[in-house]
Design a protein around this ligand. Sequence first.
Ligand code: GLC
Length: 408
Amino acid sequence: MIIEQRIKNFERLGMGVFVHFGAYSVIGRGEWSKLSCQIPWEEYMKAVKSFNPDPCWAKELAATAKKAGARYITLTTRHHDGFSLYDTKGLNDYDAPHVCGRDLVAEFVKACRAEGIIPFFYHTLLDWHEEHYDSDFPTYLQYLRKSVELLCTNYGEIGGIWFDGKWNKPNEDWEEDALYSMIRSHQPEAMIINNTGMLDRGALGHIELDSVTFERGRPQPLNMTDSPKYIASEMCQVFGDHWGYAEMDLNFKSTAEIIRDLITCRRFGSNFLINVGPMGNGLLRPIEKASLEVLGQWVDVNGAILPAMPASIATNSEGSFILQNGDTYYLVCDHLSMAGDINVALAGGATDNTIHFCPGKKIAAMTWLDDNTAVDFQQDEDNTVTLTPKPFGYGRNLVVRVAKFTLA
Ligand code: GLC
């Protein structure tokens, strides 16, 4: 099996921020509003023409992603409405330079580089605006390749390209060979990802693809027995119900849910891509910004698990699992309570989740990442470890505790 370093590197990024931002953000009814809300083109174009994000939009985004502990950001450079945030250099005039005189992808890349964040580009395959999409597919594909080529040649080295929308014409010949080889020729280190959508999560596709996707799902271990190459996986998750800004979408996930999604991804060695949908002015909704910052508080303490991959040591409990990075192991424990008076803390801190696992050797040292205290455990003759994770002490609850250990 071929193992490519860029794919290994990608897996170890652990977490990224997904950003759905475009002219639809001005309308504030989600990225599908053109179709779902049946907005006529004439009216849609009014929103497009008014699109002129705050000069600090990209800086705020990159700084917030950094605070969250994310290592990369995947930005919708063109979504299904066909509008490009980048300079299409004459391919059409339906792009940011024509409406606001700015190349928003260039602004994004600059802001990412300033924060040490790797820029990835989402690019739609499905296009509601380009007439050839339905009338002359081969001509549309040429337009698509020329568009993507601009992204591969004008912004320096990028982390990858993330396609979406193939599911709209599953039986068409998308000429993937030509598309992917063009990307490789310009950006040999870029990841190439093609989202399979919610009906086909985790499906392997073209041999050039470097990661499978589990949109809004729960990653699963990949069966790579039939695959000639090693492939990564990534799960993207939406913060509310819409990817793009929807003013009346209040169905936000809690930070605890987001932390659990993150650890569920890492349990399977999958990357977690948490989405935000900036408002029409490009700035983040306060709740999204705050939520990412709170996530960052967790990552500040437990971020060592981000580059760690599943260890081959099983535990007996559904709520815990073990990751490994070099010689260091991480025991991740969920479903802990918080200790305190029974009138203050639910269950008063009583936990009933004794964990057993057998690392094969004696444990040299084991400490909780969140308070640096030693973990209380027993180890038998046969090296089986038994421990009952302590609940969070009164005054804190980090949702999921992580203990690090090394073997003798
Ligand atoms: C779906 C949607 C799209 C969104 C994507 C994110 O494919 O069509 O709006 O960009 O999911 O994964």
